[in-house]
Design a binder for this molecule. Structure first.
Ligand code: KG4
Ligand code: ZN
Length: 345
């Protein structure tokens, strides 16, 4: 099956063309073309994403990313057109959906399918192992992976799930306030780092002492799978206010240690409680080396598989939308083709 996928839920305009086979039992993917246009320079002066600017940029960038994704493949007729319908910023989602509807007119033989962005992140674990063929990924042995505990940590969400199969999963908990990526972005702003904050803060943290300041590990001891990062953010704010000589790299490293230990601690507890055989990590924050290393070590210690795709499939992209779209199509899941900013998983 040939799939064309489009993603515009936040500040990345992305398109991808992929080939999928194997069905729900052995899903396998090959990327034929993929492109992401980042809007960082547009939003940077505002210190965060401005929804109407994102909309304008998506409209301008969609034809360009599509052309790039189709490069060398002119004449390819997709069987399925996948587009993110939520969650995300509604003014950003609309142009993607409208564009996909126009493409459906051009490729009249294709089915048009709305995709949940969070399912895109969740299923990016299927892209964690490359084969020798360019763009092709190994099918993980699904029989050995489930049940799995999946942690999605992005700018908008921090969600822990129990995954039984590619057809069945259950949300165990999520953040009650700020998402992990949002906390990274806000704390990096306090430290005077440029937008987007996550990667910048990680760089600074790498040269700091993670034990310098004992920031709270929010809700780590609570007997549930929810998160809360807003109080931690406030602790950092107070620390900076009360310690004018604070070393920024130590604040960054200590903040990161609190976030990573909280995420890893709750994930480990869920894995033990539900007898998981593997851990999946996804979402923009999964690009963080410290978090990946900590979860990998925890998985090893508990004799679990650890699956996380490379960074370009964790930060927002269209390949993961094509992957989740293929599975949703097979599950006969049909979401309404309209922007739903508050869609959950
Ligand atoms: O999944 P994503 O690209 O967009 C959403 O769906 O939200 O996630 C973006 C988030 C941002 O908050 C960004 O700061 C964070 O992921 N992020 C990171 C890193 N790279 C991106 N956070 C920590 N360390 C990183 N290396
Ligand atoms: Zn995302």
């Amino acid at each position: 099956m040939k799939i064309l996928a489009i993603e515009t839920s936040c500040d990345e305009t992305a398109a991808a063309v992929l080939e999928a086979e194997g069905g729900l039992a052995n899903p396998k993917f090959r990327i034929l073309g993929a492109s992401v246009a980042s809007q960082i320079p547009v939003h940077a002066p505002w210190g965060g994403v401005v929804p109407n600017l994102a909309k304008r940029e998506h409209l301008a960038n969609l034809p360009l990313v599509l052309e790039e994704a189709f490069k060398g493949r002119s004449g390819l007729e997709p069987d399925l057109i996948c587009v993110t319908v939520g969650p995300g910023l509604e003014p950003a989602l609309w142009p993607g959906i409208e564009y996909a509807k126009e493409l459906k007119k051009e490729f009249s033989g294709a089915e048009l399918l709305g995709v949940n962005h969070l399912e895109g992140h969740l299923f990016s674990f299927l892209l964690s192992e490359k084969t020798k063929k360019p763009g092709e990924f190994k099918i993980p042995n699904l029989n050995k992976l489930f049940p799995a505990i999946a942690l999605i940590a992005s700018g908008g969400h921090t969600t822990l799930l129990k995954v039984e199969s590619v057809k069945k999963w259950k949300k165990l908990g999520e953040t009650r306030d700020d998402a992990a990526g949002e906390a990274y972005d806000k704390v990096s702003k306090m430290l005077g780092l440029p937008y987007p904050g996550g990667p910048e803060l990680e760089k600074l943290a790498a040269i700091g002492n993670p034990k310098a300041i004992n920031f709270p590990r929010p809700m780590l001891a609570d007997p549930n799978y929810d998160f809360s990062f807003s109080g931690l953010k406030t602790s950092v704010l107070y620390h900076l206010r009360d310690n004018s000589n604070a070393k920024k790299e130590d604040v960054a490293a200590s903040f990161q240690a609190a976030v990573v230990q909280t995420l890893a601690g709750k994930t480990e507890r869920a894995a033990k409680k539900f007898g998981a055989r593997s851990i999946f990590l996804s979402g923009g924050v999964a690009a963080n080396k410290n978090l990946r290393k900590t979860l990998d070590r925890m998985a090893n210690k508990n004799k679990l598989e650890f699956l996380a795709a490379e960074n370009r499939f964790n930060t927002d992209n269209a390949v993961m939308i094509g992957v989740a779209g293929y599975l949703a199509y097979l599950r006969k899941k049909r979401l309404p083709l309209r922007a739903n900013g508050a869609l959950n998983i």
